[in-house]
Write a protein that binds this ligand. Structure first.
Ligand code: FAD
Ligand code: DLZ
Ligand code: SF4
Length: 510
């Protein structure tokens, strides 16, 4: 008998490891402590994945397959993936174990030793649910001084013939990002996100998570994620019909009390396999051709999936394991407690952390320019920041989280991914959101107790890292401004920064 293990983020009927499955094989799925606690995932993330896994197992059974599904609270549950495969090989005559390559380096290292541990041949099949293989990415990267997403993305557009007009891009431009930076307008009627009904399977899982993961971060209710492919397809259709048209315009905008904005909220489903990247891209492209959404919106959305998503995966497999240890700016400050409690007077941070706690979701610009920007300019330790991002979001797996954190927000890779750090002062957040209006701090005030902390932390960051960043051509203007600044101004930034960190160390609410 062949055993085919399906991981929690491999919920695709077209999975390579299922390609030639027969009803004689055993399809194994398991909820294990190893995967649920290697970081203390958000409660909602665990409930989502366990429910989606149980629904997927039920679909496989309905299709006539022989499925063994190990539930988390099964008294016989060994707690590990290998332990569960081992149990099967002990109980049955197993000729081969078939795996699909995992999304995380950690698990791939583990899989490499399984054949010896089990005494059974183990085959690991490539995961073909992505649009570029790690080998293709490595070939593209070879000999390039800089690995810029934009050039990779153009090649992907050509390869899949997406938004193309003969040999060139539709509309004459590859990228319409410059049109996608509208600040939030007042009176926007943002459509609600998709809300799936909670069925008996999800109810059981929610009770299980409440019992076994009570000390994990985040809130379980309200729970409304899709947990089947059919539901995820409805979520995708709702995005295409209701939000895609404004995706471009308001891609970088943040509004208090609007956690979902015009984003698609499909990352959860893409990353666990309920949706495939090409079908999402093709749906958006079709909407453009039908006149349902403008080019800046459709190109912007497609670039996220065909460009960024594939690009960060390529970086991950090209650079691991060294990438995980990188700390170019030598950042060492521990993660402040308010990343867990949301108890801070910085309204932007409070909003984004509160929404993260509630939804296991924050949209891109909140992750990048609020939460990430603070982590960068405050000099937070990359290991602690990575752990936080990996556990708080329901779409987080290391292959996608790590390059976004280490590369995109922290510049901890020294610029392999981003050409300059995404550091910004309070005026950027004030321009792109309405958070500042309800804040104790004032974005226009540069120093003193009412000054926006992003303002002085920004200059302190620029000065603190001058040795490493001054040579960056994209920061030339900032260093010129710093050099022109009088000593008294510089001292004021430093004093405010010292006072701010001292307050955090003393557990005062900042
Ligand atoms: P939309 O804004 O609607 O975008 C559509 C899709 O494009 C997303 O679902 C996602 O699949 C893809 N995408 C967009 N941006 C990126 C990106 N930078 N990298 C990879 N894919 C992208 N995305 C994750 O899927 N998992 C993570 O753990 C994750 N961690 C992040 C951490 C930081 C610090 C930052 C700045 C970004 C991170 N992202 C991550 C990327 C992005 O923020 C999320 O993909 C997006 O917010 C998910 O929401 P959505 O589905 O509504 O996306
Ligand atoms: C994220 C996750 C969680 C919370 N639980 C499980 C689980 O119990 N069983 C499982 O097979 N997979 C789980 N996963 C997803 C894995 O962590 C994921 O497959 C690996 O990180 C590789 O990407
Ligand atoms: Fe955030 Fe500063 Fe605006 Fe307050 S004033 S919301 S801290 S950017």
């Amino acid at each position: 008998m062949k055993v085919r293990l399906i991981l929690g983020d491999q919920l695709s009927h077209s999975l390579a490891g299922l390609a030639d499955a027969t009803t004689d094989d055993l399809l194994l799925m398991c909820e294990v402590r190893q995967e649920a606690t290697y970081v203390k995932h958000h409660k909602k993330k665990i409930a989502f994945l366990f429910s989606a896994m149980r629904h997927f197992a039920a679909e496989l059974s309905d299709n006539g397959y022989n499925v063994r599904y190990i539930e988390y609270d099964d008294p016989e549950n060994s707690g590990s993936l290998l332990g569960e495969v081992c149990n099967v090989t002990r109980q049955m005559e197993v000729s081969e174990v078939i795996l699909t390559a995992p999304g995380e380096y950690r698990v791939s290292q583990d899989f490499a030793g399984w054949s010896r541990a089990l005494g059974v041949p183990v085959t690991i099949r490539d995961d073909d649910r992505f649009l570029a293989t790690p080998e293709e990415f490595a070939t593209w990267a070879e000999g390039r001084k800089q690995l810029r997403m934009e050039y990779f993305y153009r090649d992907m557009r050509r390869k899949y013939c997406i938004l193309m007009d003969h040999d060139g891009p539709i509309g004459g431009q590859w990228n319409y990002d410059a049109e996608n930076r509208k600040p939030p307008a007042t009176g926007l009627d943002v459509p609600d996100t998709f809300r799936a009904p909670v069925d008996a399977i999800t109810q059981d899982v929610i009770a299980l998570v409440e019992t076994h993961f009570a000390d994990h971060f985040g809130e379980l209710s309200p729970f409304h994620f899709a947990v089947t492919r059919d539901q995820a397809l409805v979520a995708l259709e709702q995005f295409i019909a209701k939000r895609l048209q404004h995706f471009g315009d308001y891609q970088d905008a943040m509004i208090q009390g609007e956690p979902w904005m015009y984003h698609s909220h499909i990352g959860f489903y893409l990353n666990c396999g309920l949706l495939g990247p090409l079908e999402c891209i093709e749906r958006a492209e079709a909407a453009y051709h039908k006149g349902m959404a403008p080019l800046n919106a459709v190109e912007g959305f497609i670039r996220q999936i065909l460009g960024w998503r594939e690009y960060v995966r390529g970086i991950y497999w090209l650079k691991m394991p060294d990438y995980k240890a990188m700390n170019f700016l030598d950042a060492k400050r521990p993660l402040p407690d308010f990343y867990w409690t949301a108890e801070t007077q910085m309204n932007c941070m409070r909003q984004c952390i509160t929404e993260t706690k509630q939804n296991a979701y924050a949209h891109h610009i909140q992750r990048l320019m609020v939460l990430g920007n603070f982590a960068l300019i405050a000099g937070l330790d990359p290991d602690e920041v990575n752990e936080w991002y990996l556990l708080v979001y329901a779409d987080a797996y290391e292959w996608v989280e790590l390059p976004n954190v280490t590369g995109m927000i922290l510049f901890a890779d020294g610029g392999q991914m981003a050409s300059k750090p995404y550091a910004a002062s309070g005026s950027y957040i004030n321009k792109m959101s309405n958070y500042c209006g309800s804040c104790k701090y004032k974005p226009a005030v540069k120093n003193g107790p009412t000054a926006c902390p992003f303002n002085y932390l920004y200059w302190d960051f620029i000065e603190r890292n001058a040795g490493k960043l001054r040579g960056n051509p994209r920061l030339g203007f900032m260093y010129k401004t710093l050099d022109r600044m009088g000593d008294d101004k510089r001292e004021a930034f430093k004093d405010d920064t010292r006072r701010f960190f001292k307050a955090i160390e003393n557990n005062e609410k900042v």
